[in-house]
Design a protein around this ligand. Structure first.
Ligand SMILES: Nc1ncnc2c1ncn2[C@@H]1O[C@H](COP(=O)(O)OP(=O)(O)OP(=O)(O)O)[C@@H](O)[C@H]1O
Ligand SMILES: [Mg+2]
Length: 363
């Protein structure tokens, strides 16, 4: 084979192995300037144009730079390092988590020429199951696995289940409108109708959740999320005996998915409203910052919970309400896990409940 032919084959091989690869590759020189990156890497970082010439450290958040140095140290020491958990800045100021693997690129004489970095997008299950390599964030290894399987299951079955449930619901409704029914039969149809309606709400919640997928964390202000919810819920409470108060502190921005956090806050306030029953009561929504991070709390003086209830309330589908899905707090905790944050509950029967969301990733 002629040398030129071999070169051609090598070029084709390179084109297929690097440029068109599904794996996300970035090649750095020894001072971390980007020499080349393939389409898959650009795609996952959300950059349409070539990023050659930029320094890889500009994709790392400033406070994580010491961890990046540790990663490089590890590659220098052992040539190959796999699956470091890492957050990178993607386009538009968002952050995404990746598993970072690094391979040392050495010349024949052993001199370090640069690095091959490969990025893999983590799913929550892998992310949670991998031991932290002493990396920069403490991760909460909660039941994220369940969330993933729930997501998969939902997208496969929910659509198919939705239609039969709708048929059950509307048939029960139709039967119930028949004037000749005796009271017992009418009540039985009403039970069918109420339960079909609950089932369809469960399906809707699951479908919404599985459709939107993982959280997109962007800098945002928690106070805005609270204000939006207060507006929505405040109007409907005007005529009730419940007073909804807010005490909003001065906050730095945090990395959050405003849509998800908003639905958590909505559920927390709704839970508090429902805990009041017919009684008078006060719900206070607070935001503040302390040494742990930025916090949002919802406090009520409603019915409160006993130990048994408290130990069950994060189970999916656990509810004490006829129309409840029992997914509100379960999903809220998953979502806070996605934020590397926390959800805490303190409650006393007949006294009230305090729920606190903790955001540890300030901008
Ligand atoms: N503030 C609260 N005070 C008293 N009990 C609460 C409070 N918040 C939650 N609970 C209890 O925890 C259970 C689970 O709450 P969760 O939000 O997960 O589901 P749900 O409210 O029952 O259903 P959905 O959120 O779909 O309306 C509730 O049924 C209720 O018994
Ligand atoms: Mg709820």
């Amino acid at each position: 084979m002629k040398k030129s032919e071999l070169k051609e084959i090598k070029d084709v091989l390179f084109e297929n192995l690097f440029s068109r690869a599904v794996e996300k590759y970035i090649v750095l020189d020894s001072s971390f300037d980007i020499l080349m990156s393939n389409g898959a890497a650009l795609g996952v970082l959300g950059y349409p144009a070539d990023i050659s010439g930029r320094n890889f450290k500009s994709f790392v958040m400033e406070k994580d730079l010491p961890e990046f140095d540790k990663f490089i140290e590890a590659v220098n020491a052992s040539d190959v390092v796999k699956n470091f958990k890492f957050y990178l800045l993607t386009s538009g100021g968002a952050i995404s988590r990746f598993f970072l693997s690094g391979t040392a690129l050495r010349a024949g004489n052993g001199v370090m020429e640069g690095y091959l970095i490969s990025l893999s997008v983590s799913n929550p299950q892998e992310w949670a199951s991998l031991k932290d390599h002493g990396m920069f964030f403490q991760f909460i290894t909660r039941k994220l696995g369940k969330l993933t399987s729930l997501g998969k299951l939902t997208s496969v079955f929910a659509h198919d289940i939705k239609s039969p449930i709708h048929v059950i619901y509307s048939t029960a409704q139709l039967m119930n409108s028949n004037a000749k029914l005796d009271e017992n039969t009418r009540e039985s149809f009403a039970v069918i109708e109420r339960n079909a309606s609950r089932a369809s709400r469960i399906i809707k919640t699951l479908m919404d959740f599985s459709k939107s997928g993982l959280c997109q964390l962007r800098p945002g202000n928690l106070n805005e999320v609270v204000e939006n919810n207060m507006e929505m819920l405040g109007t409907s409470l005007k005529t009730s005996k419940i007073s909804l108060k807010k005490e909003l502190g001065k906050l730095p921005e945090v990395y959050l998915d405003a849509n998800y956090v908003s639905s958590i806050v909505y559920n927390l306030i709704t839970n508090s409203i429902e805990a009041m029953g017919e009684a008078e009561g006060t719900i206070t929504v607070k935001t503040f910052k302390d040494e742990e991070g930025v916090k949002l709390s919802v406090e009520d003086n409603g019915c409160g919970m006993d130990e048994t209830l408290l130990s069950n309330l994060f189970q999916p589908f656990f509810t004490t309400k006829e129309a409840g899905t029992g997914l509100g707090l379960y999903l809220a905790r998953q979502v806070m896990g996605e934020h590397s944050g926390d959800l805490r509950i303190e409650s006393r029967k007949k006294e009230g409940t305090l729920v606190t969301l903790v955001f540890k990733r300030t901008v």
